[in-house]
Design a protein around this ligand. Structure first.
Ligand code: NAP
Length: 228
């Protein structure tokens, strides 16, 4: 399968590398590939420059958001949640039409400082905004409720723990569930919450996730829905 991962941050790199390691063809999308490749400074989270990461992942090709989305059979949104709609607009509605669009982004709003708030929240979600903006895409919200390392290596957390999926298209959710299983998730731990409006709930887990991160002092934890 050809995957286009839109986003060059921690999550994009982690998901792209995992997809390649389980045998998929992968491109990684960025606003301006040339500009991204010449960056020499660590990013805002201290990650090494993208070119350094790419040198260790030669099978992964950087492309513009549009070229990546046009090439991919499945598209993954790992862009900053505050700008995901802009990034997907740049990817192009025609390049997303009919495709499974896996949305991992969280709409964190840092404009009022730390901790971030959510925008949208309560009566809307980024997942829904994306589905409304790109009605022909088959949006599935998933993996946004945990640290990126756990997304691709669930065994980092001992015992049973849960990954949620939200989306309007049952076939798309099954395809994403199969992908999660290939990442190491037991199918019994994939919890289908229902339509894309259920993304409100998973995005609204972020405030408690962030506080747990602070309280525990590490990110190797996840939610477990007992009795599911
Ligand atoms: P990030 O720093 O939030 O986002 C990086 C990406 O956003 C880059 O590809 C960047 O494009 C793009 N971007 C930035 N400004 C843009 C703009 N104005 N227009 C279009 N694109 C723009 O990366 P991250 O930390 O990997 O997080 C990715 C997403 O996953 C976020 O929504 C985050 O909330 C969510 N998430 C993160 C984690 C985690 O463990 N970090 C866990 C769960 C969910 P360029 O490539 O061109 O620079």
């Amino acid at each position: 399968m050809r995957y286009a991962v839109l986003g060059t941050g921690t999550v994009g790199r982690t998901i792209a590398a995992k997809l390649a390691s389980v045998g998929h063809e992968v491109v990684i999308g960025t606003r301006d590939p040339k500009a991204t490749l010449v960056r020499t400074e660590p990013d805002g989270y201290g990650n090494p420059p993208f070119a350094q990461w790419l040198a260790d992942h030669e099978q992964i090709r950087p492309e513009s958001f549009a070229d990546a989305a046009a090439w991919g059979e499945t598209v993954v949104n790992t862009t900053s949640g505050a700008v995901s709609l802009q990034a997907l607009e740049a990817a192009g509605a025609a390049n997303l039409a009919g495709k499974v669009l896996i949305d991992i982004a969280n709409p964190l709003d840092f404009s009022q400082g730390m901790p971030p708030s959510l925008n949208p929240v309560n009566t809307d979600s980024l997942g829904e905004q994306i589905q409304r903006a790109f009605p022909e895409a088959r949006v599935v919200k998933t993996l946004n409720t945990m640290n990126s390392q756990i997304m691709v290596e669930p065994s980092r957390v001992a015992g049973e723990h849960t990954v949620f999926v939200s989306g309007d298209d049952a076939g798309a959710k099954q395809a994403v569930t199969d992908l999660l299983v290939s990442f190491g998730w037991p199918e019994s731990n994939v919890l289908d919450l229902g339509d894309i409006s259920t993304a409100r709930g998973t995005e609204m887990l972020l405030p408690i996730w962030l506080r747990l991160w602070g309280a525990l002092g590490h990110a190797d934890f996840n939610f477990h829905i007992a009795g599911a």
